[in-house]
Ligand binder design. Structure first.
Ligand code: PLP
Ligand code: COI
Length: 341
């Protein structure tokens, strides 16, 4: 199979239309079988639930070409579970988890020509999503839904690849204590747009959000969880009910403990103690692990000893082990890698 003529090494994190996408419809209380289609456009009623009341959720995952030429995905069962959690919280029908994984496999297979080659630095980003498609005008869930999966080849999420980022502490909140921060609802991202646009205008790569109730504890950024490393090499990640349970972060904690022999801790992290950490990184499917060199808190700078040139040493080990597992260079824990072909 011939790969598409794409400059894999130089693509950014953007949308490149691929040949096929998966679509399934929910009507009269049941999902249809679903199918692959060439049509990248969606025609919706003007009053569709997604358009009026943002009834939509999504997932983010990647397909990788391994060193020995296979195409794989990473822990798709956890994306299926999280999509179910999102659907339930948003009063949407659940797309069955086994069907979710099957549909991922079908969609990636159909777009094999767009899966970036091993060593290119690019991957095929997979975006499963679901939305209310039937009309609603009173505030209530739609009766009909569409579940789709699109794919697009992507490069690094942050420009500059793995250079340490400068981020700021945001004055905006991302999620309420009993809100929707723990699920992947489109609305969480809509409300972060103003914060990210102004952060970019002021020269910051991302926002550090604090807990909305006390504004003293670290939550996450708009699209990634935090990991910190203490001066004695303990890996610490914030615990909160209002952050997205990142699959990358959960995997990194296992990697830190079982592969690197490090102590790990998931606990509340106060903004006040961030200055004492040795390293900081953002982790997620899109972000992989992106090192943070500096956090600006209203003019006050927190500069990590790892500096602005390179990833800190522990962050680097985590990065190399995780990407090694994903690309087949390092043996994965049982069940982490789903081979597509
Ligand atoms: N936090 C937010 C808000 C995200 O959007 C994402 C991306 O999915 C993550 C964290 C990282 O999660 P994961 O590692 O499952 O991709
Ligand atoms: C992902 O990492 O898959 C996400 O959905 C985050 C988004 C900022 C691209």
């Amino acid at each position: 199979m011939e790969k598409k003529n794409i400059d894999w090494e130089n693509i950014g994190f953007g949308y490149i239309q691929t040949d096929k996408r998966f679509v399934a419809n929910y009507k009269n209380g049941a999902w249809d079988e679903g199918t692959l289609t060439d049509d990248a456009n969606i025609v919706l009623n003007e009053c569709a639930g997604v358009l009026q009341y943002a009834q939509t959720c999504f997932e983010g995952m990647k397909a990788y070409t391994t060193e020995d030429g296979h195409i794989v995905t990473f822990r798709p069962d956890l994306n299926a579970q999280r999509m179910e959690d999102s659907a339930r919280r948003l009063e949407m029908p659940v797309f069955p988890q086994d069907k979710f994984v099957e549909a991922i496999v079908k969609t990636v297979e159909a777009n094999e020509a767009y899966v970036p080659p091993y060593g290119s630095g690019a991957t095929l980003y997979i975006r499963p999503y679901m939305f209310g498609s039937s009309p609603v005008i009173g505030v209530k869930p739609a009766e009909e839904y569409q579940f789709r999966i699109l794919t697009t080849p992507v490069g690094p999420y942050f420009k500059g690849g793995v250079k340490p980022l400068t981020i700021r502490v945001s004055d905006f909140d991302r999620a309420a204590p009993n809100g929707t921060g723990h699920i992947k609802a489109g609305l969480n991202y809509a409300m972060s747009l103003h914060a990210i646009v102004t952060a970019h205008e002021e020269g910051y790569a991302e926002n550090m959000y604090l807990d909305a109730a006390t504004r003293t504890k670290v939550e996450e950024t708009g699209g990634a969880n935090f990991i910190f490393v203490t001066k004695d090499n303990k890996v610490v990640t914030p615990k909160s009910n209002s952050i997205l349970p990142s699959i990358t972060r959960r995997s990194l904690m296992v990697v830190a403990k079982d592969y690197l022999g490090l102590e790990v801790e998931e606990r509340e992290v106060y903004l006040d103690e961030v200055k004492d950490f040795a390293e900081c990184g953002l982790c997620g499917t899109a972000a992989v692990i992106s090192p943070v060199g500096k956090i600006v808190d209203h003019g006050k700078e927190i500069c990590f000893p790892s500096g602005m040139e390179e990833m800190g040493p522990i962050t680097k080990k985590l990065y190399e082990t995780l990407t090694g597992i994903q690309m087949g260079r390092i043996e994965a824990p049982e069940g982490w890698i789903k081979v597509i072909k």
